[in-house]
Ligand binder design. Structure first.
Ligand SMILES: CC(C)(COP(=O)(O)OP(=O)(O)OC[C@H]1O[C@@H](n2cnc3c(N)ncnc32)[C@H](O)[C@@H]1O)[C@@H](O)C(=O)NCCC(=O)NCCS
Ligand SMILES: Nc1ncnc2c1ncn2[C@@H]1O[C@H](COP(=O)(O)OP(=O)(O)OP(=O)(O)O)[C@@H](O)[C@H]1O
Length: 228
């Protein structure tokens, strides 16, 4: 099975590209979603986060106030590192479980949307790396429009990650999302066609041989029935 890492900068368009991939029935693992699930009350990472950031970051119902926590960690590198230490091991475990599950299901490819793919060195475990790129100014404008941030807050969030121009250096394919959605969709379509695993790849997956054996057996049976 091919494991494809999808990354980019904050608001460069990873989720937009992810939706295009899901529409093509390719399984997609969304690490932003996993990061949300592992800090729900009662989950193991929740305890760690509350221990380090105190009950000050909780809403009245005991859930984590993500806006408050976000404001804290994006303005303080040390706190960001602590939050990463509390959450990343659990996110990695969930990703690993989902990759195995997709492999068991016989999926030929799985895409993992990881904003911090390069920063966490996870790109080394990918068969392919796709980077969703857009120009600095477009990235800032889209972040401001989506979140209603001031320009300085938008820049602060962008600066909390490896610059997009650096991430591009690790890419097997760059998806330029500076233009309209249609232009991005055309690039995604092209890349998925080029990287589609061959049937040989499928045959070599663990469930290829049993299915091939069964279909040959059925064909053989039909031939014998036909003969008599
Ligand atoms: C700080 C938190 C609470 C803010 O939550 P919020 O709902 O506002 O944002 P969301 O989770 O949707 O993230 C939005 C984007 O912020 C960027 N981002 C998130 N966490 C980080 C981080 N630790 N460092 C740099 N950028 C980050 C990513 O580009 C992400 O796509 C949340 O992002 C979080 O728990 N982050 C730590 C876990 C993590 O590293 N997640 C990234 C996926 S591995
Ligand atoms: N080609 C495009 N044209 C216009 N707007 C776009 C385009 N691509 C994305 N956007 C908008 O830009 C914003 C950021 O896109 P998106 O949420 O896909 O980025 P992201 O990389 O997933 O962000 P994050 O890192 O915060 O998860 C969204 O409001 C989205 O609707």
């Amino acid at each position: 099975m091919k494991v494809i890492g999808l990354t980019g900068g904050i608001a460069s368009g990873k989720s937009t590209v992810s939706r295009m991939i899901i529409r093509r029935n390719i399984p997609l693992i969304d690490t932003d979603l996993l990061a949300r699930q592992i800090v729900e009350p009662g989950k193991p990472a929740y305890k760690r986060v509350v221990k380090h950031f105190t009950r000050e970051i909780l809403n009245e119902d005991g859930t984590i106030d993500r806006v408050k926590l976000g404001d804290m960690i994006f303005s303080n590198e040390n706190k960001r590192k602590i939050l990463n230490k509390c959450t990343h091991p659990f996110i990695r475990t969930e990703v690993f479980k989902l990759v195995i599950w997709n492999w068991i299901k016989g999926e030929k490819m799985v895409v993992i949307d990881v904003p911090l793919l390069i920063e966490t060195r996870l790109h080394k475990f990918m068969n392919l790396v796709l980077v969703v790129y857009c120009s600095d100014q477009i990235q800032i404008n889209r972040l401001i429009n989506r979140e209603n941030f001031s320009e300085s807050i938008a820049r602060q969030r962008i600066n909390s990650q490896l610059p997009l121009k650096e991430k591009v250096k690790y890419a097997d394919y760059v998806i330029d999302n500076s233009g309209d959605i249609k232009t991005t969709e055309e690039q995604v379509e092209k890349i998925l066609n080029i990287t589609k695993p061959s049937s040989l790849n499928w045959l070599l997956s663990w469930w290829g041989p049993p299915i091939l054996a069964i279909s040959l057996a059925i064909k053989g049976l039909l031939f014998i029935v036909d003969f008599f």
